[in-house]
Write a protein that binds this ligand. Structure first.
Ligand code: ACM
Ligand code: ZN
Length: 493
């Protein structure tokens, strides 16, 4: 009888670890497998048995603390009797558990013997979900966080406010729930509304779930544009005073936060203070993208502010506001992040040096920011990082505004175009962004995210030659099947 080919570990791993040594034999993962975890890794004792569906009380899988690994680094040894994970930090041990779990799915529970040593290329490996245009349920967000962590992603950028809905619970601002969180669905004639806030309990729960998977949560509050929902709730924050509506159309809207109104700054200070205590991780994203300045040009309050501050162009008001908002974030001990428009109108004024710039309109903003000594996150819509874009240029394919093919994602290099080692050193990493204008269900979101997000994850963990990545895409389908994920399986180009 012909011997069936037992795949080697190096044929089953995605992302590919830094080094893999294939060995003979395999470890069969059956019911009743036991795990022992070093007492130094307290949180892992809670999560690992559930994630792997194994029991405490024996040493079939052994997780040990050992000096000498980077914080996310680990080694994984699989022989036919035992699996051993070694790491210095709990985070590294978790990455090792994720690799093991991934291999469990791709090997049909028959794990090939191997020795792996691993650590990441980039520190920032993320994904953004727009929860304004579509409100994604906490259960669904947890599903995404879990599968993202399986691919060693470590940043969940949570887009929580926009023209079409406000999702952040803030005490003392009741109109956010009553007005800003809901929009009238104009496709219907019966006045029905859509949307809700996340509760504090839901946010804390999602955060705890993410932290158990070593995923940092980055909340975003959009300023000073993309604020129709906020203006509908508090019309005094706009230049004209309204009335405004929570938008049920897509686009860029001229009415933005009035830069001449001190009440706006007071609101932002309170919002950021409350967010800083609700979200425990070190970052707050302050938006900054697509903010028209037309309303400011004809607003007496904004004009007065410009005179007082010695500003000659309306776009400088945006950088003035960015500086104010950054200061609020920094005062709370957090790092501000902004979309690349935050660089505009700053030629004479500058912007706070601690502002991290997220480059989305191509890579030019990221390159300029790094030259100006800012830390940078690259997520160019021109290079495959926009997952609301179609997978292929086919009218019948789902998606919006452009194309991000799997092939394109598999070529993406966050360091492309950066001139020297110093500039490259300021690039923290990258993320895939899912805007949800055209998404109405979690199943559609899965189709847009997978497998592209997994491919991006490999670029950020350990980039492979394009062909090596594309040949291994069926491994991703297999994991999606195991986790009930509705992934795209069409052409790669
Ligand atoms: C963006 O895509 N407007 C950041
Ligand atoms: Zn104004």
């Amino acid at each position: 009888m012909a011997k069936t080919h037992t795949p080697k570990a190096s044929e089953l791993l995605f992302p590919m670890p830094r080094t893999v040594e294939d060995r003979e034999g395999f470890f069969r993962f059956h019911d009743g497998i036991t795990i022992a975890i070093d007492s130094a890794f307290k949180a892992l004792k809670e999560t690992a048995p559930t994630l792997l569906h194994v029991l405490m009380g024996g040493e079939d899988i052994l997780v040990k603390q050992q000096a000498g690994f980077s914080s996310e680094g680990y080694s994984l040894t699989i022989n036919n009797r035992q699996v051993v994970i070694k790491a210095s930090k709990e985070e590294g041990a978790f990455r090792g558990i994720s690799t093991l779990r991934n291999l469990y799915y791709t090997s049909d529970h028959r794990l090939p013997c191997c020795y792996i040593e691993d650590s990441p290329s980039f520190a920032w490996r993320g994904f953004m979900i727009d929860c304004s245009r579509h409100y994604f349920s906490p259960t669904f967000l947890k599903k995404l966080i879990d599968v993202a962590s399986l691919y060693h992603l470590n940043r969940f950028h949570w887009h929580l406010s926009d023209d079409q809905g406000w999702r952040i619970p803030l005490e003392g601002w009741p109109e956010l729930e009553k007005v800003a969180s809901k929009r009238t669905l104009l496709q219907y004639t019966d006045g029905r509304t859509y949307g809700r806030l996340y509760t504090k309990e839901e946010i804390l729960d999602i955060q705890a779930y993410a932290h158990a998977r070593h995923m940092v949560v980055v909340p975003e509050i959009e300023t000073p544009g993309h604020v129709s929902s906020l203006l509908a709730a508090y019309p005094q924050f706009g230049c004209s005073g309204g009335p405004y509506e929570v938008q049920d159309r897509w686009g860029i809207f001229d009415e933005v936060l009035c830069a001449g109104n001190d009440q706006v700054l007071e609101f932002l200070e309170d919002a950021i203070t409350q967010m800083a205590s609700l979200f425990s991780d070190p970052y707050i994203h302050i938006g900054g993208d697509e903010c028209p300045h037309t309303a400011w040009e004809s607003c007496p309050k904004c004009q007065k502010r410009m005179q007082e501050e010695g500003l000659t162009k309306a776009k400088e008001l945006q950088s003035w506001m960015t500086s104010k908002i950054c200061a609020m974030v920094s005062k709370k001990g957090k790092h501000p992040i902004g979309w690349d428009e935050v660089l505009e109108g700053t030629e004479s004024l500058g912007i706070p040096q601690d502002l991290i710039v997220m480059s989305w309109r191509g890579v030019a903003g990221g390159i300029e920011a790094s030259e100006r000594k800012h830390e940078v996150i690259m997520c160019p819509n021109t290079d495959g990082c926009y997952f609301d874009y179609q997978h292929t240029d086919d009218d019948e394919e789902m998606g919006n505004l452009g194309v991000s093919s799997i092939t394109q994602v598999s070529q993406f290099d966050p360091l492309a175009g950066l001139k020297n080692e110093t500039a490259r050193g300021r690039v923290l990493g990258s993320q895939g962004n899912l805007w949800s204008e055209k998404i109405t269900t979690g199943r559609q979101a899965e189709y847009m995210l997978f497998p592209r997000l997994m491919v991006l994850a490999e670029r950020l963990w350990n980039p492979q030659e394009q062909e090596k990545t594309l040949n291994r895409i069926p491994l991703l389908y297999k994991v999606c099947d195991a986790l009930s994920i509705n992934c795209y399986r069409g052409p790669l180009a």
